[in-house]
Design a protein around this ligand. Structure first.
Ligand code: PEP
Length: 256
């Protein structure tokens, strides 16, 4: 994963509502993704569509990811999907710690268990962190540090090449109150902070995970966030369901 220049992840959440529409969006995204030499695209549809799309991802330029995975690989866990099941079905990435799952009650400890099991199974982990709100005293800095260090507890240096960190402030996610992308200067500040936390943990000479930004990214703000935010990629929700908008975001990332 370290050779990939930019990485753009589509988080479809619980959309589209039927396979026909999902296939249409996936095919549209793939058409653009396979033409781009500078970008890796990862589409994360609902679990139920993964089987249909994984076989269509032979090229290195596009892969499928899951939106979650459980912390164990087998057992009596009703409703859960294991990292091993995903891996065996051609899934190579998994989003963990998304704020919408944290809001359902997932703790840092649970997320860390999922992170470690997914890494052990050979999946690339997309670990999301982000504060719910900002305060004038900057308490979001220690909050993010805590989420990062808890999520990566007992994760060794050798696993870092299979981890992507997504900084996704909850208040900036479209649909949430505010729902406005943060400024590229603020993204840059947080990128530096996250790198500092990681290099304090893993050592200054360690090659660190890529840092992505997520939260109301669209074709209008993508270039500014990329260039001035100094990030390695994006996690895109709403705009990733629009073939044209997502295609534009991919092309913008490709030319930077
Ligand atoms: C998300 O929730 O992961 C996300 C990036 O959403 P949006 O782009 O719609 O803000």
């Amino acid at each position: 994963m370290s050779k990939i220049k930019k990485i753009i992840i589509a988080n479809w959440k619980m959309n589209p509502t039927n396979l026909k529409e999902a296939k249409k969006v996936f095919t549209g995204i793939k058409r653009t993704a396979i033409k781009l030499s500078n970008v890796k695209t990862v589409v994360c549809p609902p679990f139920i569509y993964l089987d249909d799309f994984a076989p269509l991802c032979k090229e290195n330029k596009i892969s499928v990811g899951a939106q979650d995975a459980f912390s164990k690989n087998k057992g009596s866990f009703t409703g859960m999907i294991s990292p091993e099941m995903l891996k065996k079905n051609g899934v190579t990435f998994v989003i963990l710690g998304h704020s919408e799952r944290r809001a359902l009650g997932e703790t840092d400890e649970f997320i860390n268990n999922k992170v470690r099991m997914s890494l052990k199974t050979g999946l690339n982990v997309v670990l999301c962190v982000g504060e719910k709100e900002r305060d004038e005293h900057g308490w979001y800095f220690p909050f993010i540090k805590d989420q990062l260090l808890s999520g990566l507890e007992k994760v060794g240096k050798s696993d870092l090449k299979n981890i992507l960190i997504v900084y996704e402030p909850v208040w900036a996610i479209s649909g949430n109150s505010g729902g406005q992308s943060m400024s590229s200067a603020e993204v840059h500040e947080m990128t530096i902070f996250i790198k500092k936390v990681l290099s304090d943990k893993y050592g200054i000479n360690t090659s660190l995970p890529k840092i992505l930004y997520g939260g109301s990214v669209n074709p209008k703000n993508a270039e500014d966030i990329f260039v001035n935010g100094q990030i390695d990629g994006l996690l895109v929700g709403k705009a990733s369901l629009d073939i044209e908008d997502f295609g534009l975001i991919l092309k913008i990332a490709n030319k930077i």
